[in-house]
Design a protein around this ligand. Structure first.
Ligand code: NAP
Length: 527
């Protein structure tokens, strides 16, 4: 167990205090044992203090030199690394995830912070544009127009249960909001409060080390329905980042929309990530694709938002081969510990529900084990799939459904009827390319990421990544929560018309003191 002493305190305005509204406890995901200490839940006074501090910090924080903002992001990464092995040990206990996965996730989290430091230094996110005045233009002169992006203001972040580091206290939402110039208040996920405290203290240490206003970061424990809702309703909060269930995400969207001044909620919710097997690929590689599919399905007990929960292919002997191989691999897979008892019970109920739908048969299931969840594979005809829309609901965990389509036309009908997804994967050989070309326009409308001969699990943190998609995979399909483009969620363009040069922000001054690439009269121009 962790040797770093956890205090169970809230982190507000550069200080720590015990929450007085009861306590939340973590549980060992493998044994169910309660872990110490209790984490005091925030009261409305704590919420008020965190919001007031964030508001006070906003103007000085956004006014910092970009080099200082970038150094702060780098400093957070250094502080997280400095926690050492205690972070991994506590995360293993709280989530049941294995060491290697958590060490990789820590690397990804720190890499993500450093990527956003680079984004800030680069300055491209400001999207500086200049349309110089044209006083002699006929019939009417054009005035001088200049544009840059500015931060929205304090952001509320709800961490995910399935990524205790990369999508939590100092994860992608926090890193991109801080990079944009927005203070952050995190509602810690109750499934990993100890990890949250360790990382939260690392962020606080970086704030102090960089001499920033203390309200740039806060972290609150408490129930989502109380403290989380209170946070999103607070007029000082200007945007929300969330990863979790559709019910939770939509509840926050409703609150944000009902405010006197509505705000954007970027909620990443549920997705079943269809996998399409085209005929030539299936004929050539049914078994290897089946084995790779089951490896992706069972990775991390299937607790990925990009988990392949649906397979579509034309029925026939090649699909039989695929199903047989996949069923054998699923049956041989071990039952796995899930993140929380609640998530395991939701998975088991989902699997039972799936198996009870008319026409659905179980193809393969892993042996049961106490306190663990067994991967499961089901099959259904295309006709029965179309007749039962409930089959498109996410079962969060290692369960998937293979749809035996009558022909490519039915496969296409099913694909075009699906709800918005984070990813869609297509397995092809050269002989399938023309069919893939025909499907592509539908796939672009379906998902945020279209991928070939792979599976959506494993989301690269990069400039061209999209981890988002049409509703209901997210509440706003125009955005991504992974990769450098995630910063755009927390920015807003402002146009300056006819401002005297000395009063313009540095990004837009004639001398280009920040040495930015700028779009001048529509053309991207080097400094
Ligand atoms: P969750 O129940 O949606 O919780 C996520 C966060 O939102 C928690 O901090 C939670 O607070 C808060 N919250 C939940 N309902 C809320 C509400 N009505 N108002 C305000 N805040 C609320 O998700 P989870 O516990 O991580 O996992 C449960 C299910 O979410 C899974 O079974 C799975 O279906 C789905 N999930 C999806 C993804 C994905 O990436 N698509 C990832 C993880 C989970 P408290 O719990 O502390 O009250």
């Amino acid at each position: 167990m962790s040797v770093v002493p956890l205090t169970g305190e809230l982190l507000i305005a550069g200080a720590a205090r015990q929450g007085q509204a009861g306590a939340v406890h973590a549980f060992d995901a493998s044994t169910g044992a309660r872990l110490e200490p209790g984490f005091g839940k925030a009261t409305l006074n704590d919420l008020e203090d965190a919001c007031a501090a964030a508001q006070a910090a906003f103007r000085p924080y956004r006014a910092l030199a970009y080099a200082e903002r970038a150094a702060f992001l780098d400093a957070i990464a250094e502080e997280i690394e400095a926690i050492g092995d205690d972070l991994t040990v506590r995360a293993m206990a709280e989530t049941g995830l294995p060491r290697a996965r958590l060490e990789g996730e820590r690397g990804r989290t720190c890499g993500q912070l450093r990527l956003f430091a680079q984004v800030v230094r680069d300055g491209g996110f400001l999207d500086a544009r200049i349309d110089p005045a044209q006083p002699d233009r006929a019939p009417a002169p054009r005035l001088d127009l200049r544009l840059r992006n500015v931060p929205l203001g304090p952001v509320a972040v709800f961490g995910a249960s399935n990524f205790p580091l990369a999508f939590s206290v100092a994860g992608g939402d926090t890193a991109s909001a801080l990079a944009a110039g927005c203070p952050v208040i995190v509602k810690a996920h109750s499934a990993h409060p100890g990890v949250s405290e360790l990382v939260g203290r690392a962020v606080q240490a970086a704030v102090a080390k960089c001499g920033l206003p203390a309200g740039v970061f806060a972290m609150l424990h408490g129930d989502g329905r109380e403290i989380g809702q209170g946070l999103v309703a607070d007029p000082r909060i200007k945007a929300v980042g969330f990863t979790g269930s559709r019910a939770g995400g939509l509840a926050l969207v409703r609150t944000a929309q009902a405010r006197p001044v509505p705000i954007p909620v970027y909620a990443e919710m549920s997705s079943i990530n269809p996998v399409i097997l085209l005929p030539a690929a299936l004929a050539a590689r049914a078994e290897p694709i089946a084995n790779a599919f089951v490896a992706a399905l069972t990775l991390g007990a299937g607790q990925f938002c990009t988990n392949p929960g649906l397979v579509l292919a034309v029925d026939g002997p090649d699909l039989d081969t695929f199903i047989q191989a996949a069923s054998a691999a699923v049956a041989a897979a071990p039952a796995q510990v899930m993140l929380t008892a609640g998530i395991r019970s939701a998975y088991e109920n989902g699997v039972t529900r799936l198996g009870e739908v008319r026409g659905v048969s179980i193809a393969g299931v892993a042996a049961p084990a106490v306190g663990a969840a067994s991967p499961a594979l089901f099959a259904v005809s295309g006709r029965d799939f179309l007749a039962h829309p409930e089959l498109t609901e996410e079962v969060f965990g290692a369960a998937s459904l293979v749809v035996r389509c009558q022909d490519l036309s039915e496969l296409r009908t099913i694909t075009e009827g699906l709800e918005g997804q984070l990813t869609v994967a297509v397995h092809v050989d050269a002989a399938d390319h023309s069919q893939l070309g025909e499907l592509l326009p539908s796939l672009e409308l379906l998902a945020g990421r279209v991928l070939v001969n792979g599976f959506g699990t494993g989301v690269e943190v990069a400039h061209a990544m999209v981890h988002g998609g049409p509703y209901p995979s997210t509440s706003d399909g125009r955005a991504t929560s992974v990769g450098s483009l995630a910063i755009a969620r927390f920015l807003r363009p402002v146009c300056y018309q006819n401002l005297p040069d000395p009063l313009l922000p540095d990004e837009l001054k004639a001398t280009n003191p920040l040495v930015l690439h700028r779009r001048i009269d529509g053309a991207l121009t080097a400094p």
